[in-house]
Design a protein. Sequence first.
Length: 656
Amino acid sequence: MTLRKRLFWLFAPLLVVALGVAYGLSQSLILSRFDRQDQILLDAEAERLRALLDHELKRNLDLVQSYAKWDDSYEFMHGQHPDFQRRNMDPEALRQLNFDFMIYLDLKGEVHAEQWLPPDLPDLLAIGGRRPSSQESLRRSILDEIQHLRTHSNLDRHGQLLLVEGVPLILATGMINTNQNNQPDAGMLVAGHFLDGERLESLQGQLEGALRLLPSGGPEDAWRFLPTTISNALTDIRISPRRVLDSQHQQVSLLFSNSSGAPQLLMEITTERAMHQEGRKAIALFLGQASAAGLVAWLLIYLGLEHWILRRVLRMKHEITSIGPDSANLRLSDGGHDELGQLAGDINHMLERLEQSETRDREILDAIQDGYFELDARGQILTVNRALCQMLGYCPDDLLQHSFEDVLASEDAQRARELFSQALERGENTRFAAPLKRRDDSWGYYETRFSLIHDAHGHFTGYRGILRDITDQVAYQNQLLDMAYRDPLTGLGNRKAFVEQLRLLLDQSRHQQTQLSLLYMDLDRFKEVNDRFGHDVGDSLLQGIAERLRSSVRKPDRVYRLGGDEFTLILPDSRNDAALRLSTRLLAELRKPLEIDGQQIDFVTPSIGIAYFPDHADNPESLVKAADSAMYQAKQERNRFCVYQADTLSSTSQNR
């Protein structure tokens, strides 16, 4: 980061910290107060919903009590007033009372009289996906629920919110007696109405939030009872803790239970977090104004630094940047009497000492015979001496500020990067050898030993190394290696190469769980060639056979001469039928006559033995023995191949 940016951002941490503290305080103090106000408003909506339902229930209970504690009702239950139902329970009377049903039950729970005026089934509000199949089914379910409540609770002057076949309803009950309530009870009066869409919409209109009805679930530990000041109110209502849905909405649930304590219905109230939103707007306005004031102060400070410091520092930077190898005796022009002027003078003295030191170092580097180079941390060439340029044929400008990878092959460049990384991690010197591209596009083999460069503070800055030409040494080593693994007559791999390659390929096949085929081949009547035409013709014949083998397989380096007239072929990662097809092709190819020094040789044919891994053997020695055994079986009739069999060999042999 430049000094200008550092000075520009100097005030940023203070501004950020100040705004962060202000934001944290506003969140913990101011916004939390607004949030508590939202919670109070949400609790108030829950209390309002309870109060609305309690008042609705109180009205229903008062109406039920006026009918239940009435001499005419008492006498009706004892068989008097036969026209009581027609006069007091007709549909018009139920509509005026806002009841959907009214039922007189005797002391045994049998229906003495009833009147039903429910909404149509499609108009009923169904909760939880359930819906009654018919009005009669709903009636029976309500009667069954009343009988259950009579058995498990006291229903004298009691009201409750129930869910029957997925339909919510408010139920009011009272024991039937005289006006003075001084006689034994004659039965029970039950009345109520359904919470259909119209009534729910009316209830929703009296609340500030959205109301939703859900099937009941069991109350959780954190739920508390919602108290009421109205006697005979809805029983056992629990309220859930507030749930914050998002930054704009909050929610609370009310769980209604019947008189026996069983959960019946869940009502969710969702309201807006109005106070929270207003608080956020106020905090955002405050932080915006504070940020604007901070930015103005930031700008004024920066302008002062720009005028008094940055311009001079920038001029010094340009002058220092312009100083290079070709700009000797250049010095800084700042002559002020403050700290910056003293710094410029010290830099001028340092430049004089550096010029003297660089001249001495350059003379030493150009005098040594080995190549010398320096790289920066990214691998860019910074310094080369005369010997390195002579080795590669480049002039210094062709190498400086270029990557070392430009003179390496791609695979060697990757290996060099890995070695550089390892040297940096371990902090030790590293040796690296690879072909390098000369200026004339030829390649030479070079060895370098490089070490790490650190500055005065111990920080890594790059690499330095010595380069030596080992082209002749590598060529000699390659020649020795080729002699060790190559048959000098045919150019094929020799026995040593075969043994090492077979062991390697078997390990790969075992690890990858693939098959491998080994072909062991011997030339029939080859000795007759040496006896009749001489060993020179025999050697030429072996060379011709080797050339035909090379052209018959996909990878010629998998063909080997073990000695004399014995050859082997390795087919890794191949199925058994591939070896059979190749053997057939080799028989056809090798039986063709060869003309050598005017002599046509047409009587030399191959005999081939085949063994499979892992079918016949699981190690190199056993596999070679199996293929050799199969080859001797094939030589009994000549010019054919045999697949190794543990008991009977020639079951898969073929003549060609």
